[in-house]
Design a binder for this molecule. Structure first.
Ligand code: CTP
Length: 417
């Protein structure tokens, strides 16, 4: 095999595997416990970035969180160097989960009322990720109707509330207001997230174009950017899968936690896909595989001769059809790019190639290849669904949800049979 695999890093059972947790730390004596929480979150597989309120920095140093999280810590909206590295809106988008622990009475009041007067409250307003708070304060402050009203309002907005625990407090009193232990907070977060649709499954994705060499300097390629396949690979990771991505020549960074294998020609892609197909549960064939290649590759550069040049092309293997012909093949998802008669051609491809699902998109002027947006028509035996024009990352997420649901339905049927 031309590639080495590190199976250990590829598989993981960590309950927060690759989940991006933005940990907000607000001011209170319990802030010291948040240091332990960073460790436990990372042990659970999470990637952690910390945002502290100005008050929190009086209790624990930035350096502690920096060292434990392995990432820069943010404390202010006005830190120009931090904004240049990852702006606060980017940080809000980066997060899969926002967890605020400890959440002081003041912080709860500010987020309950939608304030954006410091970095952490702004991040809470700007994120679309689920928000969890772990309140910690003096028991009278917790019992105060103002705090209780704020908590009720946050719960109503689907903010999860972890704790507080009951017991001895740093202020010498006893009652409700303690920050739960780090391990309990991690368990609460894992439970709140629930199972992910592709947990425990292995997904193989092909992406990008293939290049077929004519001579040492020329090739036949196509306009696929690879964006859709890369977005699909990233979305599958988010859904809990272990993902291997077989990519043609593209200029894209590898999505986090994806195991990538680069290939050039259709035949190289075929070899890599066939080698992996047996060990994967789902194959999503998003690559724009070149259907033809020159019969022979010239070993030295072709010279112009003043006469027409004829290249003899031979057909490439149909990778998806070959996978479909394997006696035990993964759940198969194909793509169809068509200029007209989208549904008829795509349904025909679904049946002809024996696929479980096909994602069809219209290509042509300003659509499909080379752009960041797309719309998809999903077809499967006996069903269809249209996914409206959206950013490819958003579309990939919707596609993965549908793939997971269809895979589960087909699997349930075969395991009953
Ligand atoms: N595909 C493949 N190997 C090929 C060609 C295509 O695996 N040599 C896969 C693509 O990744 C895609 C699906 O097959 O998921 C549909 O590709 P397309 O080229 O549209 O299929 P064809 O049946 O070859 O289409 P047409 O008849 O339009 O040429």
């Amino acid at each position: 095999m031309p590639f080495a695999l590190s199976e250990m890093s590829y598989m993981s059972d960590a309950p927060l595997d690759r989940v991006r947790v933005l940990l907000g730390v607000s001011g209170g004596i319990a802030a010291y416990k948040a240091a332990e929480l960073v460790r436990r979150l990372r042990d659970a597989g999470a990637e952690v970035r910390v945002a502290m309120t100005a008050n929190a920095t009086h209790f624990v140093g930035v350096a502690t969180f920096q060292a434990l999280s392995g990432n820069p810590v943010r404390t202010s909206l006005w830190d120009e160097s931090a904004e240049a590295a990852m702006g606060h809106i980017e940080l809000a988008r980066w997060a899969d989960e926002v967890l605020i622990a400890p959440a002081s009475a003041d912080l709860l009041a500010r987020i309950a009322h939608g304030h954006a007067d410091d970095l952490l409250s702004t991040l809470v307003l700007a994120t679309t990720a689920p928000v969890s708070v772990a309140p910690a304060m003096n028991q009278q402050m917790w019992a105060n109707p103002a705090t209780q009203a704020n908590i009720a309002q946050l719960r109503e907005r689907q903010v999860r509330v972890f704790g507080p625990a009951v017991g001895n407090q740093a202020c010498g009193e006893t009652g409700a207001g303690r920050l739960p232990e780090a391990q309990e907070l991690v368990a609460a977060l894992v439970a709140a997230r629930g199972p992910r649709p592709l947990d425990g499954l292995r997904v193989l994705v092909s992406a990008g174009p293939t290049f077929e060499d004519i001579d040492p300097v020329r090739f036949i390629g196509n306009r696929s950017s690879g964006k859709m396949g890369f977005a699909v690979a990233a979305a599958a990771v988010q859904a809990g899968a272990s993902v291997r991505l077989i990519s043609g020549p593209v200029a894209l960074p590898t999505p986090a936690a994806v195991q990538r294998i680069d290939v050039r020609s259709a035949r190289q892609m075929r070899d890599a896909v066939i080698a992996a197909a047996g060990s994967h549960d789902i194959f999503i064939s998003a690559a724009a595989v070149g259907d033809y290649r020159p019969r022979a590759v010239a070993t030295s550069k072709l010279k112009k001769s003043g006469k027409p040049l004829a290249l003899e092309l031979v057909q490439n293997p149909d990778i998806l059809a070959e996978v479909a012909a394997l006696p035990e093949h993964p759940f198969l998802v194909g793509f169809a790019a068509e200029t007209d008669d989208l549904e008829r051609y795509a349904r025909d491809k679904l049946e002809r190639k024996g696929l479980d699902m096909i994602a069809a998109n219209r290509v042509g002027e300003a659509l499909g290849f080379e752009c960041g947006e797309n719309a998809l028509l999903l077809l499967w035996p006996g069903g269809r669904e249209e996914l409206a024009m959206a950013d490819k990352n958003v579309l990939a997420k919707s596609l993965i949800e549908r793939v997971a649901a269809r895979h589960a339905a087909v699997h349930a049927k075969t395991s009953k049979a």
